[in-house]
Unconditional design. Structure first.
Length: 259
């Protein structure tokens, strides 16, 4: 059970993109650690509701909200929806952990990447993380934590990921600046950088394409591609009480890719 800073009160995590993949796994791992969850989806409401039911089956409380992290104009209304959910479900005004996880992939060479694709990745991964965090900050408890999702692709380069990886590089820099500025409120901010994981991401390439899967396994020290729970458990762990002094770090969760 994760220790609570306030006696008797469970902690609450807000996870963007909790309807499937890594966000879903993180939501379930946090619930198993005694954390309640607000999760978001952009279109997959059935998936989000299924995760809510799984969390409730573990005896925790959960709420699903709709959010497009690529559309910052909607963030004020989303913050109001979060406030309303906190009041209705928890009789609280704030939550404890923000996990900026929602995202999409793109495979396109540098020469072929269009401005529209670049803007889409910028809005979802970088601008979304920046301004959603800014908008939600008044709703995060002092002593809370933030985890931003990056990628192994910021450490090693693979053709076809220049725009995506550059946005994630921005997220990693932002993490250090947030840690610096939010330390005064006791808020720790870290990056989790997954390696190649078997989810729907990038058309399910790592999971569904046997050649890609074998290639990833071949350059991973632990000898296989990652599974969602490899990352969900790491996110829950970095938000656990035992990791409260970890701050401003990039933690790669890749089984040792390309070491
Ligand atoms: N899988 C990998 O190999 C890998 C590796 C490194 C980093 N990452 C990063 O890990 C994070 C999660 O990836 P994943 O593998 O779990 O992906 P996934 O299985 O494709 O799931 C994506 C999640 O993000 C949500 N989402 C997508 N676009 C959104 C938008 N515009 N606004 C709000 N939510 C949106 C989806 O909601 P709906 O279900 O409603 O569509 C879904 O919950 C991403 O930031 C990704 O860049 C993944």
């Amino acid at each position: 059970m994760t220790a609570s800073p306030r006696s008797g009160a469970s902690r609450i995590a807000l996870i963007t993109g909790g309807s499937r993949g890594l966000g879903r796994s993180a939501a379930l791992a946090l619930a198993a650690d005694g954390v309640d969850v607000i999760l978001t989806c952009v279109s997959n409401e059935a998936g989000a509701q299924a995760v809510v039911s799984e969390i409730e089956a573990k005896g925790r409380r959960a709420v699903a909200l709709r959010l497009d992290v690529g559309d910052s104009k909607t963030f004020p209304a989303f913050a109001e929806a979060v406030k309303a959910a906190l009041a209705a479900t928890w009789q609280r005004e704030r939550f404890d952990f923000l996990v900026n996880n929602a995202g999409v992939g793109l495979h396109a060479s540098f020469e072929e990447t269009t401005e529209a694709q670049f803007d889409m990745l910028f809005n979802i991964h970088f601008k979304g993380t920046y301004f959603l965090t800014q908008k939600l900050l008044p709703l995060i408890n002092d002593g809370g934590r933030i985890v931003n999702l990056s990628s192994g692709l910021t450490r090693f380069a693979m053709a076809g990921a220049s725009a995506y990886a550059a946005m994630k590089g921005g997220v990693e820099t932002l993490t250090r600046y947030l840690a610096k500025e939010l330390g005064a409120r006791g808020i720790a901010v870290n990056t989790i950088a997954p390696g190649a994981i078997e989810t729907d991401f990038s058309g399910g390439m790592v999971r569904d394409n046997p050649q890609v899967n074998a290639m990833v396994a071949g350059f991973t020290a632990l000898g296989r591609a990652g599974l969602p729970d490899d990352v969900g458990g790491a996110i829950a762990s970095v938000l656990g009480e035992g990791n409260r002094w970890v701050n401003a770090q990039r933690i790669e969760v890749s089984g040792g890719m390309l070491v």
